[in-house]
Design a protein around this ligand. Structure first.
Ligand code: NDP
Length: 371
């Protein structure tokens, strides 16, 4: 036991190798994000009337990096299995990075004299609270919007961990149907995320949350290292799926995708043009502000329902012999129920009687007839 704990602690100590992997990764993302072409999207209007602008070139940055690493692996310059072999070490290096960078953000925030909405310091005076929740809304580093940068790094990191796990299972000769299903669903989800990266600019995290340890840790450590648990688990466990189970699994994925993407797209289109047709018909709009058609007429957060179905579909390839691969959907269920409550309170405050009318028309929060 002592020996196991000792060796576990040893594997958690980051080597210069993992520091270099992280450094190159962040360096690449900073350069690619700044120079590659991409649609420039205006963020929501902030309290002081200003708007930030985001260059949505995540998909191109990602595909280029996959290509470069693929060529590098072919030429044996980089190892495709490096992440799967150094997972714990990379995790602790990323964790340490998150702590250090948020301490720097804390200091920079405290020193800031900026009066604009995105950089104005929000200080409670409680050191832990200010470090945890952050002081500024959208801090920048050499013109790079750090919040947008970290969420991008985390989502791509999830894909690179998965790809490395895939390479390891091929190397081990254990690649099977479960691993292929899990990998395919995640690849499609992450590619889709970057295809619609501009939708990110109006999400809660970007518009409402300050950049502190909670968000940086969530983006850089939590997303890539815990959302990939199923892949790590499949490396060590063999699962035999029946054809019916495979079909059911694909069905959950496709249905989840349709609801998730459809709902987010309908809201996005509605915000751009409140008259845009929904499912071929003129939309039902409450108080000129809230959409009550399409998915938004079925439940007030159908997009969360779709996301939950997708999360479940990522775990189903692991069968039901262990709860470990179900970490992600269980976590997401708790997170989205909590978030829906917070969003509900925010909208009730913002829209007042219009929201009350919406609640009357659409009584379900996430899952019609159940919740
Ligand atoms: P939403 O995209 O649901 O945004 C909520 C906001 O949308 C509200 O505050 C309100 O903002 C507006 N809104 C709500 N109802 C309506 C309506 N009927 N008509 C018009 N506008 C409305 O929330 P999130 O940003 O939390 O989530 C975005 C996506 O990200 C979701 O699909 C979610 O599942 C996913 N997600 C995934 C996570 C993960 O870990 N996998 C974590 C968190 C989110 P306004 O004031 O602008 O009107």
């Amino acid at each position: 036991m002592e020996l196991d704990l000792g060796s576990l602690l040893h594997t958690l100590i980051p080597t210069w190798n993992s520091v270099a992997v992280l450094g190159v990764y962040f360096g690449y993302l900073a350069i690619a994000g700044s120079i590659l072409p991409g649609k420039v999207v205006s963020g929501v209007t902030l309290q002081d009337g200003s708007r930030l602008h985001y260059r949505c070139n995540g998909l191109l940055s990602l595909l280029l990096l996959v290509g470069l690493l693929g060529v590098g692996a072919q030429m044996e310059i980089v190892s495709a299995t490096v992440i799967s072999e150094r997972g714990l070490e990379l995790l602790s290096a990323t964790f340490i990075f998150s702590v250090v960078v948020t301490m720097m953000l804390y200091v920079a925030g405290r020193l800031s004299k900026d009066k604009g909405s995105s950089l104005r310091p929000h200080v409670t005076g409680n050191l832990i609270e200010d470090w945890w929740f952050g002081i500024q809304l959208n801090p920048q580093f050499f013109s790079i919007d750090l919040k947008f940068f970290f969420v991008r790094a985390g989502m791509m990191g999830w894909l690179f961990i998965n790809l490395s796990v895939l390479a390891k299972s091929i190397q081990n000769g254990t690649l099977n149907q479960s691993m292929i299903l899990y990998q395919s669903f995640c690849i499609l989800y992450i590619l889709d995320y970057f295809f619609y990266e501009e939708y990110m600019t109006s999400t809660w995290d970007i518009i409402a949350e300050r950049l502190g340890f909670m968000l940086v840790f969530g983006d850089l450590v939590w997303i890539p290292f815990t959302f990939s648990i199923q892949g790590w688990w499949l490396l060590r466990n063999n699962v035999e799926l029946t054809t019916a189970a495979v079909i059911a699994n694909c069905f959950v994925f496709l249905l989840g995708y349709m609801v998730f993407r459809g709902a987010n797209k309908q809201k996005h289109d509605f915000k751009k043009d409140p008259k845009a047709p929904i499912w071929g018909k003129a939309p039902r709009v409450i108080g000129g502000k809230l959409l009550a058609s399409g998915y938004w007429g079925i439940a007030r957060h159908c997009n969360y329902l779709g996301d939950l179905m997708l999360a479940l579909s990522f775990s189903l390839p692991c069968g039901i012999s262990s709860p470990v691969p179900y970490f992600y959907p269980i976590y997401l269920l708790i997170l989205l129920i909590w978030r829906e409550r917070r969003d509900e309170a925010r909208c009730a405050e913002k829209y007042r009687e219009v929201w009350a009318e919406y609640r009357r028309l659409v009584p379900w929060r996430i899952l019609p007839y159940l919740y």
